[in-house]
Design a protein around this ligand. Structure first.
Ligand code: NAP
Length: 309
C-alpha cells in the first residue's frame, strides 16, 4: 500500500515504523522535519507539504490535538488542497465537534474521511497491536480494512458518523483515568491501614479487577514510576477537556471529571510537562498526609498513622 503519515511524535513514528517494516511505501510529513530522519534512512520519502503525502491509498494523521489537525488539513499546503485521492484516516484523539466539522469539510471538498482513534501506547503501536475504534461511511471503512489490519490487533466499527469514534475514545480515556484515581485512593487507604499497595493490587487483580487497565496502571502506581511518561499528563488533560466539552454540549453531568482535571493540573504544575498521567496518585497521597519529603520515596508498607485509623 502507498501510505502517507502526518505527525511523527511518539505514536505516529511508531505506526510509521511498523508500516515500513511490513513493506509498505510511506510518505511522511512532520512539522519538525528532522524527526523523520530515522524513517527516511530506512526507506520512507519525506513530503514538503502535508498535501504531498496524500497521493497514495491512505493518509494517516496522528497529531497532538484539534489545532494541529486543523493546521495540516486546512492550512497552506494542507490535505484539502491535495490533488491526490487518499482516504484521510484521522487517528489523533480529537474533540467530537471538531471531528464532525472535519467530516463536513472533506465531504464538501469531495474527499474521503474516516475517524479511527486508537487505544494503546507507542510500544503497542510499534508491534501493530493497537485497538482501533473506527467510524465513517461504510464503503470508506471497508477500503481501510487492510490498513487497519496492519496497524491494529482489532478494529471496532462504531458507526457512519466519524465523530462517534472520537466519542468512544474520549469515554475510554475518561474511564481509564477514573480507574487510576480509584486505585490511587484505595491504595492510600490500604497503606494507611497497614496493607501494602502491592498486596492490595495482587488480590484485586486476581479477583474482581482482572483487566489490563488495573494490572498495568496499578503496577505503575505501586512502583511510583511516573517517568518516563507513557501517556503524558498534558495529553490526558487535553483529553479530559475534550470530555468536558462533549459532556457540556450533551448536558451530561460528570462530577468525577472535575477531580481528574484538578489532579492532572496539580501533577503538571508540581512535576512538569513530562510527567505521566498516573502522577495524579501523588495528589491523593498528599491529601492523605503521605507526601514525600524532598522527593524521597515513602515506604509503601509503613502504616504511618495506624493508631489513628
Ligand atoms: P506527541 O509525541 O506529542 O506528538 C505530537 C505530534 O503533533 C508531533 O508530530 C508534533 O509535531 C505534532 N504537532 C503538534 N502541534 C502541531 C501543530 N500546531 N501543527 C502541526 N503539527 C503539530 O503525541 P503522541 O503521543 O504521538 O500523540 C498523538 C495523538 O495520539 C494525540 O492526539 C494523543 O492524545 C493520541 N494518543 C496518544 C497515546 C500515547 O500513549 N502517547 C495513545 C493513544 C492516543 P512536532 O514533532 O513538530 O512537535
Amino acid at each position: 500500500m502507498d501510505i502517507g503519515v502526518i505527525g511523527l511524535g511518539h505514536m505516529g513514528s511508531a505506526i510509521a515504523r511498523n508500516l515500513l517494516s511490513a513493506g509498505h511505501r510511506l510518505t511522511l510529513w512532520n512539522r519538525s522535519p528532522e524527526k523523520a530522519r530515522p524513517l527516511v534512512d530506512a526507506g520512507a520519502a519525506l513530503a514538503e507539504h502535508p498535501a504531498d503525502a496524500a497521493d497514495g491509498d491512505f493518509v494517516i494523521t496522528m497529531l497532538a490535538d484539534d489545532r494541529a489537525v486543523d493546521a495540516v488539513v486546512r492550512g497552506d499546503g494542507g490535505l484539502l488542497s491535495s490533488a491526490g485521492g487518499a482516504v484521510h484516516v484521522s487517528m489523533s484523539t480529537i474533540g467530537t465537534p471538531f471531528a464532525a466539522r472535519l467530516a463536513r469539510a472533506h465531504a464538501e471538498a469531495g474527499r474521503r474521511f474516516v475517524s479511527a482513534p486508537v487505544f494503546g501506547r507507542p510500544d503497542i503501536a510499534l508491534s501493530g497491536g493497537l485497538f482501533i475504534a473506527a467510524a465513517g461511511p461504510p464503503a470508506d471503512l471497508a477500503a481501510c480494512q487492510p490498513l487497519f489490519e496492519e496497524i491494529g490487533r482489532r478494529v471496532f466499527i462504531v458507526g457512519a458518523a466519524p465523530e462517534t469514534a472520537n466519542l468512544v475514545k474520549l469515554c475510554g480515556n475518561f474511564m481509564m483515568l477514573s480507574a487510576i484515581e480509584a486505585m490511587a485512593e484505595a491504595m492510600a487507604l490500604a497503606e494507611r491501614g497497614g496493607v501494602a499497595p502491592a498486596t492490595l493490587l495482587d488480590i484485586l487483580t486476581g479477583t474482581q479487577f482482572d483487566a489490563p487497565v488495573y494490572r498495568n496502571y496499578g503496577a505503575i502506581l505501586v512502583e511510583r514510576r511516573f517517568r518516563p511518561a507513557g501517556f503524558p499528563a498534558p495529553l490526558a488533560l487535553k483529553d479530559m477537556d475534550l470530555v468536558d466539552d462533549a459532556a457540556g454540549a450533551a448536558r451530561v453531568p460528570m462530577p468525577v471529571l472535575g477531580i481528574l482535571r484538578d489532579h492532572l493540573l496539580t501533577a503538571i504544575a508540581r512535576d512538569g510537562e513530562d510527567v505521566d498521567c498516573t502522577a495524579i496518585a501523588e495528589s491523593v497521597a498528599a491529601a492523605a498526609g503521605m507526601a514525600d519529603e524532598a522527593g524521597a520515596p515513602r515506604s509503601r508498607n509503613a502504616p504511618a498513622r495506624l493508631a489513628a485509623v
